[in-house]
Write a protein that binds this ligand. Sequence first.
Ligand SMILES: Nc1ncnc2c1ncn2[C@@H]1O[C@H](COP(=O)(O)OP(=O)(O)O)[C@@H](O)[C@H]1O
Ligand SMILES: CC(=O)N[C@@H](CCC(=O)OP(=O)(O)O)C(=O)O
Length: 303
Amino acid sequence: MSTETDKIADTIDEHAKARVLVQALPHMQRYDDAIVVVKYGGHAMGDEQVARDFAQDIVLLEQSGVNPVVVHGGGPQIGAMLNKLGIKSEFAAGLRITDKATVEIVEMVLAGSINKQIVGFINEAGGKALGLSGKDGNMVRAAKVTRSVVDPTSKEEHEIDLGFVGEPETVDTTVLDQILGRELIPVLAPVATGMEGGTFNVNADTFAGAIAGALGAKRLLLLTDVPGVLDRNKELIKELTIAEARALIADGTISGGMIPKVETCIYALEQGVEGVVILDGKVPHAVLLELLTDLGAGTLIRR
Ligand SMILES: Nc1ncnc2c1ncn2[C@@H]1O[C@H](COP(=O)(O)OP(=O)(O)O)[C@@H](O)[C@H]1O
Ligand SMILES: CC(=O)N[C@@H](CCC(=O)OP(=O)(O)O)C(=O)O
């Protein structure tokens, strides 16, 4: 039986909920009908409850009149599968060196299991998610990339052939244009067709930036497993200009997987995306906190 005190506590609780909803109103109005691309990184996916919270956030955004587009990664999950199969895998400049056997596993893990898991979570949260890869509808055609790396012993720079690794060369938004604004939530795996056919592995951040640029997205959120870009003392940098971000890559403060992430932010800003943020996807409801409250977290990169 509920006591008088319980009833008062419940009423206060209800008022607090109403206040939170009202505070969200100007944010909802700002993003009404806008396209928001959310990149969900493989490291942020580890905990199932956080993944389900993420799916709820995406459905709530869609219900509020936003057009969310999800691009997912899956680096650690690809690594685990390659390991299980006894296939060695190495990275150069934050990109996986991808031979023929590897690209088959990459496509299987990204466009197969991970894509369908996220689609499942969104649908269980009441949304209508549609899982696609960059190959569908010829959405993304990728050109082969090479990278120069400095040999740690000889200090000489040399080019590395990354195999079937591509960068988006063309983005055809026909399929996405049909989907957006119709209650459907696209969930995209970063696999693309090569310029001469075949399958190419694309870094998920780079893929998300190309999609955000081509769709004229208002916001690009990159969800990872760290609070944002960290300085040399591991402190969060709340805001960075493009020039400052480039300097941190050049002096080695930004390394590994953070390089394609920051390069993506710079590219998206140059393509006209209004705001790009790198934030911690392991924080429950990180997307809602970032978009619909005043509690912006992570690193905002601006022009
Ligand atoms: N300056 C930096 N600030 C934050 N993270 C950094 C920095 N430099 C390198 N990193 C690394 O980048 C990682 C994020 O990239 P990545 O592993 O590719 O994540 P995701 O799977 O989310 O795309 C961090 O976990 C961290 O180890
Ligand atoms: C070329 C390249 O490196 N592709 C990535 C694709 C997945 C990805 O980017 O996943 P995260 O966002 O979780 O890191 C890979 O093979 O790991």
